[in-house]
Design a binder for this molecule. Structure first.
Ligand SMILES: [Zn+2]
Length: 276
């Protein structure tokens, strides 16, 4: 894929860059860069083959329909409760919004470009995570304390690269006990290709939408799936009907979407930092 096309693709999914500043800032955090070589050198012993999903007892567990309705009617119930609407402020003072999702009691996954201002190449500084979000005054849970993140790329020279567009975010509190979390499956090619997955995320107007798509392409680090309409934003979970995430939505074209595969590189970062 040439560079111009790659830039165009990410622009299609990036929403609400430089929205109005929040009244108060979200929690502060720091970001470390993890390159593939570093992740490959991690010891793989002790890494789980998969992670089980979790739904708190007080949440209704929504059976995932396969119809084409795209607006989520009950964003406060599981598994949608585990999806975060992220309001981000960069160290350059720009604001933008994104999607992320819980995968353990204190770990959230998102796209790396959700953690950086693509205009200035500056990292996120403050983030507010809204779970079960309907509006700024109507949500299930809001997290605005400290966080720590590890990202797969620094986007050198402000150039978008989709191949390592992932980030692991550790929250200082066990938010997942309240929101639930998605399981994780680290799939083989054949477990992905031709199979149907759901993608749910916050679109530009901050509404949670979902859509189903079939995986049509599999690469070492990425998956491609054909869907008719965009559900929303970068950093959304790509998950199956048993609430296991298999990917992270990153960028799109008119006819296809692309995501990160949940893979050993990402799992190792979580193991090394005590998150799995
Ligand atoms: Zn900026």
């Amino acid at each position: 894929m040439n560079r111009l096309l790659a830039v165009l693709l990410v622009l299609l999914t990036m929403t609400s860059v430089c929205v109005r500043a929040e009244d108060d800032d979200g929690g502060e955090g720091t970001i470390s860069f993890v390159d593939a070589a570093q992740a490959d050198s991690f010891v793989s012993g002790g890494a789980p083959a998969s992670v089980e999903p979790f739904a708190p007892d007080d949440l209704e567990k929504i059976i995932l329909g396969s119809d084409d309705r795209v607006k989520v009617k009950k964003p406060k119930e599981y598994p949608y409760s585990a999806i975060a609407y992220m309001v981000v402020k960069g160290s350059c003072k720009c604001n933008w919004t994104c999607t992320g999702f819980m995968v353990t009691k204190n770990t959230l996954l998102t796209a790396a470009h959700c953690m950086v201002c693509t205009k200035h190449g500056k990292w996120a500084k403050n983030i507010t995570f809204y779970f079960g979000y309907k509006s700024k005054k109507n949500y299930r849970y809001r997290y605005k304390s400290r966080w720590q993140a590890w990202a797969g790329t620094t986007f050198p020279e402000h150039r978008y690269t989709s191949s390592d567009d992932w980030a692991v975010v550790k929250l200082d509190k066990n938010v997942g006990d309240k929101t639930g979390w998605f399981g994780m499956r680290f799939c083989t090619d054949s477990e992905l290709l031709g199979n149907s997955f759901c993608i749910a995320g916050f679109s530009g107007e901050a509404k949670l939408r979902y859509v189903w798509g079939t995986v049509t392409d599999v690469w070492e680090k990425q998956i491609g799936y054909d869907i008719d309409t965009l559900p929303g934003d970068s950093g959304s979970p790509v998950f199956d009907d048993n609430y296991y995430a298999v990917g992270i939505e990153t960028n799109s074209s008119d006819t296809a979407n692309f995501g990160q595969r949940l893979r050993d590189e990402i799992r190792q970062v979580m193991v090394k930092n005590g998150l799995l």
